[in-house]
Design a protein around this ligand. Structure first.
Ligand code: B12
Length: 487
């Protein structure tokens, strides 16, 4: 038997379908005996895993994790399983081990790491554990050999979602994952592509997957959505693809097929791609139920965008601020402020730029985060010319310093002056109070009024320092932070 374990990543009220585990379950279905344990629903996942180990023949525990609190939960559970049942093999997969395979393997409780797309690597690993093939023949696998040395096999070429079977939704209590959100009463999640063809220097997606994106066929996306609507009553959906829109013809086809489903939805897009879409396509996107699009605007400085290899311009961001307003779609613009090249200038220019966006489209949701590098595939140094040396073990990643780094709260980066960091944090609280996010459906109307009133003068006069009254107000009014919301 194989155990697929999804450690806790969110508060139970924010939990969503564990897509990684479902993708792996899809290839095990009908082929292997397996169980899914989701720490977001199960308060004592280790006990559940141990009881399977004690009552069945378990060949492997597969742990999925992304950087952040989920990695900490993965670490604690794996450590405990290793301590109590040392004979059980443990494999980690997902964004954390894919980006940091060596740090992951340095942990005594991890035997294997699956990098990038996991379906075929997992099946081949199971075969190898049964002596049917050798570990060194498995693409995308890192492991410890008999001497304890790390072995890193070549990358596995990626396959499109259509190459794999559908997720076995019936293996989970799907209803419990369809949570109320700004988009609807029962919001589902879906990933209609995999990977990303762009090369943004700070992003973890190509670090984990390489530079490719494979789209699911529009027909299959819509069949899956139909299933979620008819069987489980989904009325809205969040698409988790890095780029939900790549080719305009693909987008048009998908929109036409989605239209009859009457879903309200959210997705991620790029300003360079969408600023080139025709008005007709934009109207079709709106007509198919698009309520909000997340754009990585990243910076208000074109030189910083170039530094990040983002491939967009500030002008394209402004165009999308205008176009989303024209078509009645809420844009969510995310910024990673404090570029290492000149953090002060980047911060100054980006804060000014955000004000400009707000003038063009006051409905824009603004996400302000600190510029946080991710080590890239093949990079000789940790990152940023060796200025950051990344932790060697999951335990070190779990310390407060590195958790703040991962969550983009405080990078403690050598290039960032305290003064600049404070300015970014203060601006974030002022802009977030002046325009409280619409996505917090639990916040009462009065709380928004209080925050708007308290912050109006600061925003108008550009006085961001010492926002003590706002910090105080936020202690009573727990407004969800877009993006970090979800934890
Ligand atoms: C959904 C999502 C979330 C959800 C939670 C998802 C979950 N695990 O429950 C929420 C919103 C909570 C979230 C939060 C965060 N996230 Co997030 N998230 C994503 C997102 C949009 C999609 C992930 C997904 O579902 N993919 C679909 C599945 C099918 O793919 P997959 O996860 O890669 O799984 C495949 C392989 O990795 C592998 N695999 C995975 N697990 C396993 C296990 C085994 C045993 C095996 C063999 C294989 C395997 O096989 C799978 C199938 O091929 C990605 C971006 C993206 N589009 O990928 C960012 C992303 C993973 N998140 C990221 C980040 C940074 C965060 C946060 C730290 C953000 C923040 N500032 O707070 C938090 C921390 C979360 C936590 N609690 O630890 C980064 C990570 C990279 C990095 N630079 O560190 C990403 C890449 C976004 C980005 N571009 O920066 N996130």
């Amino acid at each position: 038997m194989i155990i697929l374990f999804h450690p806790r990543a969110t508060k139970p009220r924010n939990c969503r379908l564990p897509l990684a585990i479902l993708a792996l379950a899809a290839v095990l279905e009908g082929r292997e005996e397996y169980e899914i344990i989701d720490g977001n629903l199960d308060d004592k996942p280790v006990d559940s895993i141990l009881s399977f180990i004690d009552s069945r023949k378990v060949d492997l525990v597969g742990v999925s994790c992304m950087p952040g609190p989920q990695m900490v939960a993965a670490m604690e559970a794996s450590r405990e399983i290793r301590r109590l049942r040392p004979h059980i093999k443990i494999v980690w997969g997902g964004y954390f081990p894919s980006i940091y395979p060596d740090s992951t393997l340095n942990a005594k409780y991890v035997d294997f790491v699956v990098r990038g797309q996991g379906e075929e690597t997992l099946l081949e690993l199971i075969d190898a554990l049964r002596g049917k093939r050798s570990f060194d023949s498995i693409l995308g696998l890192s492991y410890k050999d008999t001497f304890g040395l790390h072995r890193t096999n070549a990358e596995r070429p990626m396959k499109g979602p259509d190459s794999f079977p559908w997720s076995p939704f019936h293996r989970l209590p799907v209803e419990q994952y369809l949570r109320p959100s700004f988009f609807g009463k029962r919001t589902a999640v879906h990933h209609a592509s995999i990977g990303c063809p762009f090369n943004c220097s700070f992003c973890g997606v190509h670090a984990a997957y390489g530079r490719e994106e494979r789209m699911e066929s529009p027909e299959r996306t819509v069949d899956i959505l139909k299933h979620l609507v008819s069987k489980y009553g989904a009325d809205s959906v969040q698409f988790y693809d890095m780029n939900f829109f790549l080719r305009e013809d693909h987008a048009r086809k998908l929109m036409d097929l989605m239209m009859p489903l009457n879903l309200r939805w959210w997705c991620e897009g790029r300003v360079d791609i969408m600023s080139r879409y025709s008005d007709e396509t934009m109207a079709t996107i709106k007509g198919a139920g698009c309520a909000m699009i997340f754009f990585g605007a990243e910076s208000g400085s074109d030189w910083a965008l170039k530094e990040m290899q983002k491939g967009i311009t500030t002008e394209q961001t402004l165009i999308m601020a205008r176009r989303t307003r024209q078509f009645g779609i809420i844009p969510e613009f995310s910024f990673v402020v404090g570029n290492p090249k000149d953090p002060e200038r980047d911060t100054r220019e980006t804060l000014r730029f955000i004000r400009k966006i707000k003038r063009i489209n006051p409905d824009s949701e603004i996400i302000v985060q600190h510029y946080t590098p991710t080590p890239q595939r093949g990079s000789m140094y940790g990152d940023v010319d060796g200025q950051i040396s990344f932790p060697d073990t999951p335990a070190e990643w779990a310390t407060k310093k590195w958790m703040d780094f991962t969550l983009r709260i405080d990078t403690s980066a050598p290039w960032m002056k305290r003064k600049t960091k404070k300015l970014i944090d203060n601006f974030e609280i002022v802009v977030g109070s002046r325009w409280p996010t619409v996505q917090d459906i639990r916040a009462p109307r009065w709380s928004r009024t209080v925050l708007k009133t308290l912050s109006a003068w600061r925003y108008a006069l550009r006085i961001y320092s010492f926002p003590i009254e706002l910090q105080w107000a936020h202690q009573f009014i727990q407004l969800r932070k877009p993006k970090r919301e979800s934890l």
